[in-house]
Design a protein around this ligand. Sequence first.
Ligand code: SF4
Length: 65
Amino acid sequence: MMNDSGGGEQGAGLCERCVNVKIVESARGSRFYLCQLSATDPRFPKYPRLPVLRCSGFRPVDRDR
Ligand code: SF4
């Protein structure tokens, strides 16, 4: 299957397109993927180890709206 996410942003796995992620950019231009579920659910680390390939909290961003 084609991956047409369209950008060079590979490497974060599921977090890349999860509604629960918050992408934080540092002053140096590094990107951090903050899992917002971590605030309410201790099963999720605040900064998950990437790439996340499987995650029970993953919910894809709905791009059709
Ligand atoms: S729920 Fe899972 S896939 Fe979504 S941001 Fe958190 S760790 Fe990443």
